[in-house]
Design a protein around this ligand. Sequence first.
Ligand code: FAD
Length: 413
Amino acid sequence: MAEVLVLGAGMIGVSTALALQARGHAVTLVDRRDPGQEASYGNAGYICGDSSEPYPLPRDLRTLAAFGLGLRNDVTYSIGAALRMAPALWQYFLHSRPDRLAMQSRTYAEMSRRAPAAQAPLIEAAGMGNLISRTGYYEIRRDPRQAEADARAAEETRARFGVRPEILSGADLCAREPAIRSQVAGAIWWPETWLCADPGALVQGYADLFKARGGVWANGDAKTLRQGGQGWQVDTDSGSVVAEHAVVALGAWSPAVLAQFGYRIPMVYKRGYHAHFDAPKGLSASIMDGDNAVVLTSMTRGLRLATGAALVDMNAPADTRQIDRGVRGVSDIIELGPRVAEPQWFGTRPFMPDMLPVVGAAPRHKGLWCHFGHGHLGFTLGPASADLFVEAFEGARSEILSALDPARKVALG
Ligand SMILES: Cc1cc2nc3c(=O)[nH]c(=O)nc-3n(C[C@H](O)[C@H](O)[C@H](O)COP(=O)(O)OP(=O)(O)OC[C@H]3O[C@@H](n4cnc5c(N)ncnc54)[C@H](O)[C@@H]3O)c2cc1C
């Protein structure tokens, strides 16, 4: 059995460490922070079994212009960062073409379908079942025409992917969720999504499970990764660790670390924010408000409002515009109550232009592996994607692995 260094302890790295460990490998998990503190900490808590489209870029000029002019809350950007991301954004635009999207969606939907079943045994073994509710989410619309269009799209999705959306009226939604105080035009309930009330705690729980099963944890900086005679080496607080294999599972920081080895990774860095509210009434399922581009989920810290994407540099200061706009937008349907005082959190979705993660061997270095780029769905996909990663690690080939193969996605510098 091999010795493996897993770099990055977000949902993806921790899941990878557990999956490799389950196959008998000796794994050291390394992060510069505690497990689950970045994107995996502050997300909307969805474990989606019924996600089927990997967030394509709209291709109609009207929507793109609305994004560009800041008329919608889905996307904000800084011009400098958007220009730096321009090559990746252009590829993203090309991959969003309907025929390519249909192809990518097959892989994406298959991964999503496998996700809850892959999480379930870990949730149980980590003793984290109290954080999970299997109540799904409602996608809501205020405009009747938009609600009808969404309902038609949901029916098509049902036919293509075998998921089970339920079309509801505004009155149905109010009856199911007493916190919703005014009727919207329509809602779609996606029942195969589970909700986690504290995503960071779940990742920490998985990391504790990894340690309890004999895994080694170390604080260290992945930027010190180097190739040596016996494989791969990284500096940690407990000294230098050497292993035959190294897995880069650093989320949005993966391209920067792999650049040291000559890989150019086109990534779209989609930052998101959250805020918690001490709402008088919580929600049993979650609300995805497409009109205001926010998601509301009841969590242990309060009602969490999570935002869409801000295309900014990784070190840009926090900008709460999308939260403020989202708060104003949802106030017609729910009383949020006072905002919980806490430092402003943000995290970055590591999003690949082809909308699928990177899973497998780095093309040019023996023993170097990639597992990142899970975009909007990394919290969901961790364990299912880790199972695929282990298949690639053990030399398996399949259609799905070929769609995720690093050789197709990274350029050599
Ligand atoms: C607002 C928001 C809402 C979201 N909602 C959902 C959702 O509901 N469901 C869903 O499935 N997904 C959701 N996502 C996406 C999901 O959170 C991410 O896809 C996922 O967390 C990515 O996990 P990761 O492990 O790749 O990255 P991260 O969780 O960011 O982990 C990367 C790790 O690398 C470490 N690291 C970085 N640099 C170094 C270094 N030099 N040395 C050592 N360690 C380093 C970091 O400390 C961190 O622990 C959301 C994201 C956001 C921002």
